[in-house]
Write a protein that binds this ligand. Structure first.
Ligand code: HEC
Ligand code: HEC
Length: 211
């Protein structure tokens, strides 16, 4: 009888410890992201292949480290990318996994500063006017916060070199802008203005995600 009880307890204990090794891809998004777990998942899920070791841009994909996007927008983008990025369904990569990856990307070193250093000095006030004049606002919305027709591009725009390259030859649905339409100096002005945009609310002030 005593032996039996011991065995039942042992089985119960084994079941408890096995939940510690549960496949996190099956969990709902009830908790905030864990950046240590996110580092492993970022590689496992394959984001690294295109976005590089710490999300610091590659020739294949833009910088996503320290992204200005909110968590909900980040998840929405990965589920339904606007360009050539392959979409990830909730079955393949859960919201919780994406919350962990997001936490990792937020904590990743913001080495994108290197490219930003090379940006010609921009005048934010001139940038504000140009942003409207050439029509960026039509897709990226008044404050660069993004909307139905284009992603958020401020207040943490991708590195300047990549920014210019993207605007000159976009890889997705965005129309290209040649240097006849918009000089590098004018792009630097828009860039300076985008950098000065208000920051979105911190992740922990957002309502919990729907499961
Ligand atoms: C096959 C290459 C590839 C893979 C794999 C990939 N991405 Fe991307 N990603 C891109 C490209 C290219 C873009 C630029 C826009 C586009 O084409 O969608 C992008 C854009 C993004 C953006 C929007 C950047 C911004 O701020 O506008 C986010 C967020 C993102 N990726 C996250 C992820 C995450 C998270 C993963 C892993 C689940 C991932 N990506 C896997 C290629 C990739
Ligand atoms: C007709 C809509 C449209 C207009 C106008 C537009 N964009 Fe875009 N932009 C997009 C879309 C959609 C994307 C997402 C990728 C793609 O499809 O090219 C994008 C992506 C970008 C990106 C890359 C974001 C990232 O994180 O990789 C930058 C930078 C950008 N736009 C800047 C600009 C600037 C600056 C202007 C004005 C000179 C502008 N866009 C005008 C639709 C637009």
């Amino acid at each position: 009888m005593v032996n039996h009880t011991v065995r039942v307890l042992a089985v119960a204990a084994a079941m408890l410890t096995s939940t510690a090794g549960v496949d996190v891809t099956k969990l709902g998004a009830q908790t905030a992201g864990n950046d240590t777990r996110g580092r492993t998942l970022y590689v496992k899920v394959g984001c690294e292949t295109c976005h590089g070791p710490n999300g610091q841009e590659t020739a294949a994909a833009p910088r996503i480290a320290g992204s200005g996007r909110e968590l909900a927008a980040f998840i929405a983008y990965v589920r339904k990318p606007l360009g050539s990025m392959p979409p990830q369904s909730a079955q393949a990569v859960s919201d919780q996994v994406l919350a962990d990856i997001y936490a990792f990307l937020r904590a990743a070193p913001a080495a994108g500063g290197e490219a930003t250093k090379n940006a010609p000095a921009g005048r934010a006030d001139a940038g504000a006017t140009l942003y409207r004049k050439v029509g960026c606002y039509q897709c990226h919305v008044n404050e660069g916060q993004g909307g139905a027709n284009g992603p958020r591009i401020g207040p943490d725009p991708i590195p300047f070199a990549r920014f210019v390259q993207y605007v000159r030859s976009p890889t997705g649905q965005m129309p290209p802008y040649t240097d006849k339409v918009l000089s590098n100096q004018e792009l630097a002005d828009i860039y300076a203005w985008l950098q000065a945009r208000p920051r979105p609310p911190a992740v922990n002030t957002l309502p919990p995600l729907a499961p």
